[in-house]
Design a protein around this ligand. Structure first.
Ligand code: ADP
Length: 452
């Protein structure tokens, strides 16, 4: 994967994780706040009801003489209509009701606000939450009543409507629910900003490493070129013993390999900094035929060829007209040549390497298919990593450094295409390069809007 895309993707992932974690914490906080508000309301309500009911209960008990019978003095203590002020200030304010029940649980008298069809609950001294016919909720306390002679008289129930509290809590819930998406948007934006801050030092240090690689590769090029020229002219101008000649040839070979490695590193570093510099029309038919012709000598048996022989290298064009893409011809040349050389080097004697070029919708598709050793499924993703080699010893023998596919993949991505592999161990591999056709790419300075 292109390193810049990797950084971008990592930033997205980091931001998403920040947002999920922060969202979870915020959600929990919201729930906690809501629960705390509910709890505080219930506590206040219970305390208020308990205190009002307790005071009324004590006053009523002082007036009771016979079980189940209501004395006129008792009647005076009970709140009447809602509008009238009662000695127990709170009663006239809310929707309070009082019910006196005898020992057989029959209502002796009702006072205060009268909820409709509210069930009678006989349990004494306990808290109850009830619903009336309209579904409104009430909170009630039941206290047992005794006469002045301490004979059981019955019980007193005092309750209060929960309408105002329920409305308030519904509003709090709505505010929290509406606030959550707004909070999540803010969390998302701040997560993106924070992940950018977190990635900045990593990105900067990566850029420094990249710059160092590019500078080092650039600096190494001159002495390497000088060494190469010196060895070549020494070999040409002087006559050495065969042993010395062999030593010089080995130095020259290794120097060429080193030069190639430095060139590859420089190309990778440059492509990351400045993805695609030159863009020209490039005919893929010509490119593929030239390469197949050029590399035929590598596939054919030839004296001095270390790795491949007797390999049938062919090309097939499944098209009626040439395919043209927009890009850097020498870079595309390098991609296809790397893939064909890899295929030849991975195919044993008598095998076949076929290069096909076809059109698939708006893409040119180049398949490099071989009947070679294949690549294990676990290795198929890793082969595009830098310096990764499936079999280091074999790759070293063929002169590979493990950069070929990394470079190919960076170049193809810079051309807005893709590079994929399909392979079966022992049966062969197919590398597929997909490149957008030139007709689909519009130049931004092309004011006629003509496809180029
Ligand atoms: P190198 O320059 O060492 O060949 P590459 O990046 O081109 O490195 O390839 C990475 C690894 O993928 C190499 O170790 C090579 O063995 C393996 N490979 C590439 N192409 C093929 C293929 N067509 N068949 C089998 N293995 C392959």
């Amino acid at each position: 994967m292109n390193q810049n895309r990797l950084f971008h993707l990592t930033r997205w992932r980091l931001a998403a994780w920040y947002a999920v974690v922060m969202g979870f914490i915020l959600g929990l906080c919201g729930l906690g706040v809501y629960q705390a508000i509910v709890h505080a309301h219930w506590q206040t309500l219970d305390r208020e009801l308990e205190s009002v009911a307790g005071t009324l209960h004590d006053s009523i008990e002082n007036t009771l003489k016979q079980p189940g019978r209501l004395e006129p003095t008792t009647q005076q203590l009970l709140p009447e209509e809602r509008e009238k002020r009662h000695i127990l200030g709170a009663i006239h304010q809310g929707d309070y009701y009082v019910r006196l029940l005898d020992n057989s649980n029959q209502i002796v008298t009702l006072a205060g606000f009268q909820p409709q069809e509210l069930r009678l609950i006989s349990k004494k001294g306990t808290w109850q939450t009830l619903k009336d016919a309209q579904g409104s909720r009430y909170h009630q306390i039941s206290l047992s009543l005794h006469t002045q002679n301490n004979i059981s008289w019955g019980s007193m129930q005092m309750g209060r409507s929960l309408q105002d509290i329920d409305n308030y809590l519904a509003n709090v819930k709505l505010i929290l629910l509406l606030g959550l998406p707004i909070a999540m948007i803010l969390v998302g934006a701040s997560s993106w900003w924070l992940s950018g801050l977190a990635m900045q030092p990593i990105y900067q240090s990566y850029q420094q490493i990249q710059q160092f690689t590019a500078d080092a590769a650039h600096e190494l090029r001159t002495p390497l070129a000088a060494t190469q020229a010196t060895i070549e002219s020494a070999l040409r101008l002087y006559s050495f013993t065969s042993e010395t000649q062999d030593i010089f040839s080995a130095i020259e070979r290794q120097n060429r390999r080193l030069t190639q490695l430095v060139t590859d590193l420089l190309l990778l570093a440059r492509m990351e900094k400045q993805p695609l510099s030159v863009q020209n029309r490039c005919c893929l038919n010509d490119l593929v035929s030239d390469l197949v012709e050029e590399l035929a000598s590598l596939a054919m048996p030839a004296a001095g060829c270390a790795y491949a022989s007797h390999i049938q290298l062919t090309s097939k064009f499944k098209l009626d007209k040439p395919l043209t893409v927009l890009g850097n011809e020498s870079q595309l040349y390098q991609v296809v040549s790397n893939l064909i050389i890899n295929a030849i080097q991975s195919t044993p004697k008598g095998g076949r390497v076929t290069v096909t070029l076809e059109r698939n919708h708006n893409y040119a598709v180049i398949n490099i298919q071989d009947t070679g050793i294949g690549i294990d499924a676990s290795e198929q993703k890793r082969i595009f990593e830098r310096f990764y080699r499936v079999n280091s010893d074999r790759s070293r023998n063929t002169g590979g450094s493990g950069l070929g596919l990394a470079i190919a993949s960076v170049i193809v991505q810079a051309h807005k295409g893709s590079l994929q592999v399909q392979s079966q161990l022992g049966k062969g591999s197919t590398f597929t390069v997909r490149l957008p056709l030139a007709t689909n790419i519009f130049h931004k300075d092309d004011n006629k809007g003509e496809a180029r």
